[in-house]
Design a protein around this ligand. Structure first.
Ligand code: SF4
Length: 508
């Protein structure tokens, strides 16, 4: 891509404005003004490509609308097999001899199962419900449910005898996916926390710890414990509404993380509890977990540390054997399993891993829900899914496939301005999102961003109510795992078997 058009250097543009202002106030004649403009304005366009991350910030904010971005006619010439990006990547690696990094989620044209499933609607004998006139329940609980409820009789009716596991109430079956402070700016974390509080949902710290500015929102924050243990201490665990052990992430299954030292400023260092300027390396495995028994030990250590008052989640990437892994996690005592599909976003990952490792969230979710039901342990865990959720239709389909709650990451960033340029790993995010540079982070107003996030959550929640009404349901609970309300279009028999749905045109 190339940037064309007049690109005023900020200083030059300001001087030009000042010159015109002086002229308008009659303090200079026109000839003097033109002389000053000529002196200051460069006679040719100078683009600083080093700073460009193709995020469209300049196009969006140019006060003159003078910038456009067009395909570069001299870009690599590809063919059907050798696409331009293959050629470019080979050239880059031949230059550097290193791994290619990228950010955001997998953008390959892999088959989208969400786009090949459609929802049912009521007609005639099974009337739909008007969500404007009838109450609709979206409230959802995250946590383990007992196998059965026991009651004993009391003076004014039955009293629940069963001790319930701790659970977090969400006003709508949505939450924000884990994004670490360090990978994203503090303003992003503040916006997510404020929006989570306003909407009665959860945000997730990711692996970077909890900044003190977020303490007032901690009852709406899931705190994460990852392999690097950044920012983890007793106080951190105690503050969160729930604790999540991160084993894997959809964008980079099986590998660790790396926050470059230049992103570790004073604030990040204090929050992560590491020295300023040091690389924050998360190992690929947790060095104390090599079996389900080891995982169970960490789950119960965290439960002990929080006095059994908070649900403990385990986050894994969607991989081939995900159903068996989830079964082990449920048996290890987790209250929540988060499954992140291969389209999940990230601040930085090797390109080759992001684009070629992992499986779609739709398949992983269907397989996990099926396995847990077959084993009679589905009630023991809530399922949170994430990884490329684009709209409330994806949310409804995920819930029909068996999810309790759907987590959104990329969609939340887009609501704050992200243009999916995939250059998060450079630290030069011009939208003030995936950066720690003060001149860039200042561009994101956390109050305005929180408002936009809350609007998005409210909009999707309203749409979920519309969908429920069309399905003749008045509670999201009734849609959960109800695969009969889904039909496949253009799916193979094997796909439909894994998804557990019928083909469109096949009746009940
Ligand atoms: S967060 Fe910023 S750098 Fe990352 S994809 Fe979005 S706009 Fe680009």
């Amino acid at each position: 891509m190339s940037v064309t058009g007049f690109i005023p250097r900020t200083g030059t543009f300001t001087r030009w404005q000042q010159a015109m202002r002086v002229f308008r106030h009659g303090q200079e004649d026109l000839q003097q003004v033109f002389a000053r403009i000529k002196e200051n304005v460069p006679d040719r366009v100078v683009a600083d490509h080093h700073k460009c991350v193709q995020c469209h910030y300049c196009v969006t904010h140019c006060p003159e609308g003078a910038i456009s971005i067009q395909p570069n006619p001299l870009a690599y010439r590809g063919n059907y097999h050798w696409q331009p990006h293959h050629l470019k990547n080979i050239w880059l690696q031949a230059e550097t001899g290193g791994k290619l990094l990228t950010g955001a989620g997998n953008d390959k044209a892999y088959f989208s199962y969400f786009d090949h499933m459609v929802l049912d609607a009521c007609q005639v004998t099974n009337p739909s419900i008007d969500p404007l006139r009838e109450p609709m329940e979206l409230r959802t609980y995250l946590g383990s449910r007992p196998d059965a409820l026991e009651f004993e009789s009391g003076p004014s009716g039955p009293i629940l005898k069963t001790k319930l596991a701790p659970a977090v109430q969400l006003d709508t079956p949505l939450m924000f996916a884990g994004m670490s402070y360090g990978a994203v700016s503090l303003n992003v974390h503040k916006a997510l926390a404020m929006a989570a509080k306003a909407c009665g949902i959860l945000m997730n710290t990711g692996e970077g710890g909890l900044h003190a500015d977020l303490y007032p929102y901690a009852d709406r924050i899931m705190v994460q414990v990852a392999s690097g243990r950044f920012g983890v201490d007793h106080d951190y665990l105690r503050r969160g509404a729930a604790v999540e052990i991160k084993i894997g992430q959809g964008a980079k299954p099986g590998i660790g993380g790396h926050l470059p030292g230049e992103k570790v400023d004073e604030e990040v260092s204090r929050t992560r509890m590491i020295p300023v300027g040091s690389d924050a390396l998360s190992p690929a495995p947790h060095h104390d977990i090599y079996s389900i028994e080891d995982l169970a030990q960490l789950i119960y250590a965290l439960k002990e540390a929080t006095e059994y008052t908070k649900p403990v989640a385990v986050k894994i990437a969607a991989v081939h054997n995900v159903a068996a892994i989830a079964s082990g996690i449920a048996r290890a005592g987790a209250d929540i399993i988060t499954i992140d599909g291969f389209r999940g976003g990230t601040g930085a990952t090797p390109l080759i891993i992001r684009d070629h490792v992992g499986i779609p969230i739709e398949m992983a979710l269907a397989a996990v829900d099926d396995r847990l039901r077959q084993e009679g342990i589905r009630n023991r865990v809530s399922l949170v899914v994430s990884g490329g959720i684009r709209h409330s239709g994806d949310v409804a389909k995920a819930i029909a496939l068996g999810a309790d709650v759907v987590a959104i990451g990329t969609a939340a960033l887009v609501a704050m301005g992200c243009r999916l340029c995939q250059k998060c790993y450079t630290g030069n995010c011009n939208w003030g999102i995936a950066t720690q540079k003060p001149e860039l982070t200042a561009r994101l107003d956390p109050d305005r961003a929180a408002e936009r996030l809350a609007n998005l959550i409210r909009g999707w929640s309203l749409e979920l109510k519309e969908i429920l009404g069309a399905l003749g349901l008045n509670a999201i609970e009734s849609l959960r795992g109800s695969r009969l309300r889904l039909r496949g279009i253009g799916l193979s028999e094997a796909d439909r078997r894994v998804l557990g749905i019928k083909n469109a045109g096949v009746g009940a």
